[in-house]
Design a protein around this ligand. Structure first.
Ligand code: ZN
Ligand code: ZN
Ligand code: ZN
Length: 326
């Protein structure tokens, strides 16, 4: 049966960008990728740290999304960006308006209560030069929360002279001048991305080894897809960390899975998992890359299942061993 490959050439190209980004992230010990607002360019926000690695002509947000899906980056909501409903700009100011006449020409002041006599008024009516003096009892207010307390805000409209405590907000687009209400504005989620602890997930070594193998196979004339999914005899799709083939797509590919362990030795489960897949897919050759090594049980099973083991303390050891078994 003809094997089908889910991912096309363009996808592979994009993934190699993702991989080189990952490599740099670990190389430079970047722990977090935070957005910076770009007021000039509509609703875009940028990730300068990524731009400095990849240049500015790569679409960074979808790339980060894709890496986040693999679990290496953890996406966190950083902000909700308010966008102008007319021009999509984020260069927007918030206006607090009079609820009676909608004017934004309002004065905001604090309400103060003189604790001793209970008199309450706006702050400016207590102001005598640098001091606060009670207009009712003439007592001097010195210590906050002792002589007096702030009892909230009080607004006065300079247009209609009415008083109120809670203004009505609106948004003013500094780019196109449109004024919009909460109902009209658009909200866009902005994310930051935390790099998952590399030692914990082994993603650092996986990313490095994956990239090294990818580059090696490509140089040797293989067409590489990573990750890739291959349809088996049963009709089920099976995913592998790396699938590579030479010549036409109907030829049998080689498949590789990469496994790592926090306990310094990979147990047999990935061997079993790989066997279940290759049983259905029947590739030309299959490899399990164990970082840094595979336990004895795993090795015995691999021999039985005809899975070639590549023990990779680092990238160059992995390549050396792959070269020998290809
Ligand atoms: Zn008083
Ligand atoms: Zn008013
Ligand atoms: Zn606008």
């Amino acid at each position: 049966m003809k094997k089908t490959y889910k991912r096309g050439k363009t996808k592979v190209k994009k993934e190699s960008v993702a991989q080189s980004l990952l490599e740099r992230i670990f190389e430079y010990n970047i722990t977090e990728i935070e957005p910076v607002y770009d007021l000039e360019n509509g609703c875009n926000n940028s990730y300068p740290i990524v731009e400095s690695i990849l240049g500015s002509d790569v679409k960074i947000e979808p790339l980060l999304e894709e890496i986040a899906e693999t679990g290496v980056l953890v996406k966190e909501l950083f902000d909700k960006m308010v966008l102008c409903p007319k021009c999509d700009s984020q260069y927007i100011s918030t206006r607090y308006n009079c609820p009676y006449c909608s004017s934004f020409d309002i004065e905001k002041s604090s309400l103060i209560e003189h604790i001793k006599c209970g008199y309450m008024d706006v702050e400016q009516n207590f102001r005598k030069g640098k001091k606060l003096v009670c207009p009712k009892c003439n007592g001097v207010l010195e210590r906050a929360d002792f002589d007096y307390k702030k009892a909230g805000v009080w607004c006065k409209c300079n247009n209609c002279s009415k008083n109120f405590d809670i203004p009505t907000p609106s948004h003013f687009c500094r780019k196109c001048g449109v004024i919009s209400t909460f109902e009209e504005i658009n909200l866009k989620n902005v994310y930051s991305y935390k790099v998952k602890d590399a030692t914990q997930v082994g993603s650092k070594s996986i990313a490095f080894v994956n990239t090294a193998i990818n580059n090696f196979l490509t140089k040797k004339g293989w067409k590489v897809q990573s990750p890739a999914s291959v349809k088996g005899k049963s009709g089920a799709q099976h995913s592998f960390d790396i699938v590579a083939f030479k010549g036409s797509k109907s030829k049998k590919p080689i498949v590789l899975d990469i496994a790592t362990s926090t306990e310094n030795v990979v147990a047999e489960q990935p061997v079993v998992a790989l066997f279940a897949k290759i049983f259905d897919v029947s590739p030309k050759k299959s490899f399990l890359v164990a970082i840094p090594k595979l336990n004895e049980n795993g090795k015995k099973m691999a021999e039985l299942y005809k899975i070639q083991i590549i023990e990779a303390q680092d990238q160059s050891k992995a390549i050396e061993s792959l070269k020998e078994s290809l």
